[in-house]
Design a protein around this ligand. Structure first.
Ligand code: OSB
Ligand code: MG
Length: 367
């Protein structure tokens, strides 16, 4: 598959809800829509990073510059037989995995389309519906937290994840557990704690959480292993896993028992499959994380989550929860907590071009 040209568009999408985490508040998403052109086909991707490096280090302006000046010039006019070959070409650049993942995603879409196959099939997926839950931001009150949890469960979502931070942890979590004794509940601290907080996590053992997501530093493994040995609840790693190598090391030292796979964070779809395979070799489950994706990224996440070890409900909830109007024609909607897998070639999605054009704040065409 020859990559002939590329287009970058910067767009902003207002979120339907205010999303507060331990690292900040989000009310809109800024993303780059990347299109690769080749052999009469188009491959799509969207980015996950924001303007500020509050989740991991990468930023949107950094991604734009890297794509425009380095990554796209390196692959344009070149032929790649498969995603592995494309990855080999760009893997010499260190880090910047989210940015490289965007290029890889668009190439997967293009390559699968050239073979007339959906992504999930070429990847080796085994399921046609993905079990999903919701990620609830930090709410202004206990009452609204309980209400949102109730709504999520009533909609059939299979797990409710509560964002926590120091000062908003044991009390809301226990209140939700008391109100919903049977619900599958998890929490996500987004790196807000350290080993001095072991007492908080010991107290949370009583909440019977399925796991505690990323309690400690975004780049830590060792302290997570220490915390894991001190509590009964499983730790799930998110921020700390940026590659298959990280996953191997984390599982080897017992830094957690579950991995949240976000394809962008680990360096793309091939890397996601490798992290998945490593978890499988330890007999440990994974689940599909989310970065408040619009339609392109959401579709990609659904395809990847068809791999066998994605047994825990992921964060890929219905697109209509997030957006008044999504950027793709297909509605990615879950029923009773099950998200169907798109069946067209590649990602199986069609862009809403007029909407994307209208939203475009900046664009670049590179040939
Ligand atoms: O830590 O999982 C996270 C969103 C943005 C950045 C980090 C995270 C999240 C979410 C939302 O939890 C998941 C989603 O609904 O897409
Ligand atoms: Mg997380």
């Amino acid at each position: 598959m020859r990559i002939e040209a590329a287009e970058l568009r910067l767009i902003t999408l207002p979120l339907k809800f205010r999303f507060e985490t331990s690292f900040g508040v989000q009310t809109e998403r800024h993303l780059i829509v990347l299109t690769l052109f080749g052999e009469g086909l188009e491959g799509y991707a969207e980015t996950v990073m924001e303007y500020t490096p509050h989740y991991r280090e990468e930023t949107l302006p950094g991604a734009w510059a890297l794509l425009e000046n380095l990554l796209l010039p390196k692959v344009l006019g070149r032929d790649f037989a498969n995603p592995e070959q494309l990855w080999a070409e760009i893997s010499g650049f260190r880090g910047n995995r989210m940015t490289k993942a965007a290029l890889e995603m668009a190439f997967w879409d293009l390559w699968c389309k050239s073979l007339g196959q959906p992504l999930w099939k070429l990847l080796g997926g085994v399921r046609q519906e993905i079990p999903v839950g919701i990620s609830l931001g930090i709410e202004p009150s206990l009452e609204s937290t309980l209400e949102k949890v109730g709504q999520g469960l009533a909609a059939g979502y299979r797990r409710i994840k509560l964002k926590i931070k120091p000062g908003w942890d044991i009390r809301p979590v226990m209140a939700v557990r008391e109100a919903y004794p049977e619900a599958t509940l998890t929490v996500d601290a987004n790196s807000a704690y350290n080993l001095n907080d072991i007492g908080t996590f010991c107290a949370l053992d009583a909440a019977r959480l399925d796991y505690i997501e990323q309690p400690l530093a975004f780049d830590d493994l060792l302290d997570h292993a220490k915390l894991q040995s001190a509590i009964t609840t499983s730790i799930c790693l998110d921020e700390s896993i940026t590659s298959p190598e990280d996953a191997r090391k984390a599982l080897e030292i017992g830094a957690g028992r579950v991995i949240n796979i976000k394809p962008a964070r680990v360096g793309g779809i091939l890397a996601s499959r490798k992290v998945h395979d490593i978890a499988q070799s330890y007999g440990l489950p994974v689940w599909m994380g989310g970065m408040l994706e619009a339609g392109i990224g959401r579709a990609a996440n659904i395809h990847v989550a068809t791999l066998p070890m994605f047994t825990k409900p992921g964060d890929t909830s219905s697109a209509s929860r997030y957006w008044q109007e999504d950027i793709i024609e297909e509605g990615l909607e879950a029923t009773q907590g099950l998200m169907p897998v798109p069946q067209g070639p590649g990602l199986g999605i069609t862009l809403k071009r007029e909407l994307i054009q209208r939203l475009t704040e900046k664009s670049a065409y590179i040939a």
